[in-house]
Write a protein that binds this ligand. Structure first.
Ligand SMILES: [Fe+2]
Length: 311
């Protein structure tokens, strides 16, 4: 049967007690957030008449999520990463801040410490034989519309099996394979050679996919390439481009696709292009210019300081 006790003084006092609001010690911000989330959870349990069996299935689920290290995967899957981007876009709109290249989610697979190269980098080590060669390049522009020399373009992407170095369950990839930091040249240009990445999905036997199954949703991403772009006097840009033509470009389980982040991919098969780029044969070319946004009152007001792997 369903009962209603949430609004009683007993339950409301109990929520304050459990959140430490009656205690002097601890962290006030943590108390405030825990009190709110706990209250919302208690209310949801009452409103939806959540059963004990359902609740304990949820607790077991959280343990599985942690044991598999998938909290950072479920987060974009449930749209929370996208929601933070929506909020930052709305903040910018409210402040009248002009955004250049759209931001999109970082995802959980960045690794700090990639080799730094000037102007050009080869990202892959040639070991992924199924890979179709890729040349990607563009110019980083500042908020004043001028090219930015010495901007830092950090780039990372998956191989043709959809795995990232440092997170590859096959153990096939060397550290920092398909990860580099490229410093733009005097004309603000960056360029890299790699292979066209392939989309990937959540581990099929993992807790993220299990929940998505319950929601009737798939857990796949279109092929994409991640970027952090930083330059003096500008806010750090976190973004991704999708590989044009991937059937999931606008059906990403992590909701990272945005207008302006699907640059055309052009197949180059002519001898002149092949020779000009020092390639051994046909390759795919993506041109993508990056437009940074200015600091806000001298600060990067949206910098995200989150735990990240470093190697
Ligand atoms: Fe990714």
């Amino acid at each position: 049967m369903s009962v209603e006790i949430f609004k009683t003084t007993e339950v409301q006092d109990f929520l304050r007690l459990a959140s430490g609001l009656d205690q002097d010690g601890g962290n006030p911000r943590t108390k405030k957030i825990v009190h709110r989330i706990l209250s919302d959870l208690f209310k949801a349990i009452e409103d939806l008449n959540v059963t004990s069996d359902e609740y304990w299935a949820g607790i077991a689920y959280l343990n599985q999520l942690g044991a598999r290290g998938e909290a950072g995967l479920l987060s974009p899957g449930l749209g929370l990463d996208r929601y933070f981007d929506m909020r930052m876009d709305a903040e910018d709109a409210a402040l009248g801040v002009e955004i250049g290249t759209p931001r999109t989610i970082e995802g959980p697979l960045y690794v700090a410490g990639a080799p730094v190269e000037q102007g050009f980098a080869r990202l892959d080590d040639g070991s992924d034989k199924a890979g179709h060669p890729l040349i990607m390049h563009g110019t980083v522009y500042g908020a004043n519309g001028k090219p930015v020399p010495n901007a830092t373009v950090e780039v990372w992407h998956a191989n043709t099996k959809g795995f990232y170095s440092h997170f590859d369950p096959t153990g096939e990839q060397q550290p920092f394979n398909m990860r580099r930091t490229i410093v733009t040249d005097a004309q603000g240009r960056y360029k890299f050679q790699s292979i066209v990445p392939v989309g990937y999905g959540c581990p099929p036997d993992g807790p993220t996919q299990a929940l998505l199954n319950q929601l009737g949703r798939h857990g796949n991403r279109p092929a994409h390439i991640h970027f952090f772009v930083t330059a003096e006097g500008h806010r750090k840009l976190t973004t991704q481009i999708n590989i044009d033509g991937d059937p999931l470009v606008f059906d990403d389980f992590a909701y990272a696709t945005r207008e302006g982040l699907v640059p055309p991919l052009v197949e180059r098969t002519d001898a002149a292009s092949i020779q000009a780029n020092g390639m051994a044969g046909p390759f795919a070319e993506i041109v993508f210019d990056i437009r940074l946004s200015a600091l806000v009152q001298g600060l990067d007001n949206q910098i995200v300081d989150r735990p990240r792997l470093a190697a």
